[in-house]
Design a protein around this ligand. Structure first.
Ligand code: PLP
Length: 391
């Protein structure tokens, strides 16, 4: 495969000025990933700071309810800061440190990646600036305050739609100007090469652990893996360790109010191939190539494009991509605490919704692992409002 590509997808569609920075990053990453000292330091912080390995939990009551395959949950919701995102943000902060950078920057939509990056900056002693759209800052005031507590500066982006994609553009602009002392912590398996590869590397710990854990519990590999797909990092993190095995994989996108409504973020069901924010992948766009606005009840899945490796896994049919609607995700959001005492993130609820559809048609001997990418505390107020409960 061409370097930096997954089949036809990926690449480096950026201004000439950014190429040296991407080359430097690529080299530093390759050195670090072969450096025993770096790997040991990462392993130790994963264990003592993030709280790894996260448990693989047999959801016996959910299994009973669904009357089919056994359902296991990979508990990324138990990571420090409440989701898988810190696996990547911490890894990249350590990488920035090794590269001699003094400052890290990141974009954030709902604020989750901003909080994870600010956390990574705090424990590595780096300065941190987070770009966030005005509209998102208003909606996510609590996360803005969190980032400030963590010592980060939150820079308001009052341009365009005043949301995530404008924040990404501003981060790229900042990085172009300040590349000598600044590293840009991209939040998912997206953007120009080598970001999709770097983020996959730091998230792959999820699947490596899950593989060992399921073999210990069941003495065999699972039949299916399910993960939600925003940019696609928690899904790649789980899938990567099983790609060469006979294991079925399902990626679940945000179906929003349904594909025909146009209000969704299902890039495979409703999109086509295009170039956006540094790489080639599937994209929600109109006939003239204008990027469409997206919708999901869950902010973390609400993005117009998807990681290029997922585009490759889609076309090669190695992974099946489907979607859960807002309604289905909200139902799963209520089901899991009721039967298992776990409130999932709305993103993760999309993966649970797919397990609810898949498990009943399988045999009781079949095994499904669902990636529970994050906890739902951040979404409780949002869901209460949708249900008409004032809190
Ligand atoms: C951000 C987020 C996602 C979506 O991002 P991916 O890169 O697709 O994993 C999913 N779940 C949670 C809990 C998140 O915070």
């Amino acid at each position: 495969m061409k370097k930096g590509y997954f089949g036809n997808y990926g690449g480096r569609f950026v201004p000439e000025t950014l190429i040296p920075a991407l080359q430097e990053l690529d080299q530093a990453f390759r050195d670090a990933s072969h450096d025993a000292g770096f790997k040991e330091e990462l392993r130790l912080l994963q264990q003592t700071y993030i709280g790894r390995p996260t448990p693989l939990y047999f959801a016996s009551r959910l299994t009973e309810r669904l009357k089919g395959a056994k359902v296991y949950l990979k508990r990324e919701d138990l990571c420090h800061t409440g989701a898988h995102k810190l696996n990547n943000a911490l890894g990249q902060a350590m990488l920035a440190k090794v590269m001699g950078k003094k400052r890290i920057i990141a974009e954030t939509g709902a604020g989750q990646h901003g909080v994870a990056t600010a956390t990574g900056a705090s424990i590595t002693g780096l300065e941190c600036d987070i770009y966030m759209g005005t509209e998102d800052m208003r909606r996510q005031a609590l996360n803005v305050f969190r980032m400030k507590l963590l010592g980060a500066r939150v820079i308001e982006v009052n341009k365009g739609s005043k949301t995530l994609k404008d924040a990404i553009n501003e981060s790229l602009r900042d990085w172009t100007t300040n590349v000598t002392d600044t590293h840009y912590v991209l939040g998912t398996v997206f953007g120009p090469h080598p970001f999709p590869t770097i983020v996959k590397y730091f998230q792959s710990v999820i699947g490596r652990e899950a593989r060992k854990q399921i073999i210990k519990a069941e003495n065999r590999l699972p039949d299916y893996l399910i993960a939600c797909v925003g940019g696609g990092s928690n899904a790649m993190g789980l899938f990567n360790a099983f790609l060469k095995d006979k294991v079925g994989m399902v990626g679940v996108e945000a179906g929003g109010e349904g594909i025909r409504s146009g209000k969704h973020a299902a890039r495979f069901a409703g999109g086509s191939v295009g170039v956006f924010q540094g790489c080639k992948s599937y994209l929600l766009q109109d006939r003239d190539g204008n990027v469409l606005s997206t919708h999901s009840v869950s902010a973390g899945l609400d993005y117009a494009s998807v990681g290029p490796e997922h585009a490759f896994l889609h076309d090669s049919k190695r992974v099946r991509y489907t979607y859960a609607t807002d309604k289905e995700a909200l139902r799963a959001f209520e089901l899991l605490p009721e039967v298992e005492g776990i409130i999932p993130a709305l993103e993760s609820a999309h993966a649970i919704a797919e397990a609810v559809k898949l498990a009943p048609g399988l045999s009781k001997k079949d095994i499904i692992i669902v990636n529970l990418s994050g906890r739902g505390d951040k979404d409780v107020q949002h869901v209460a409002r949708i249900k008409g409960t004032e809190i």
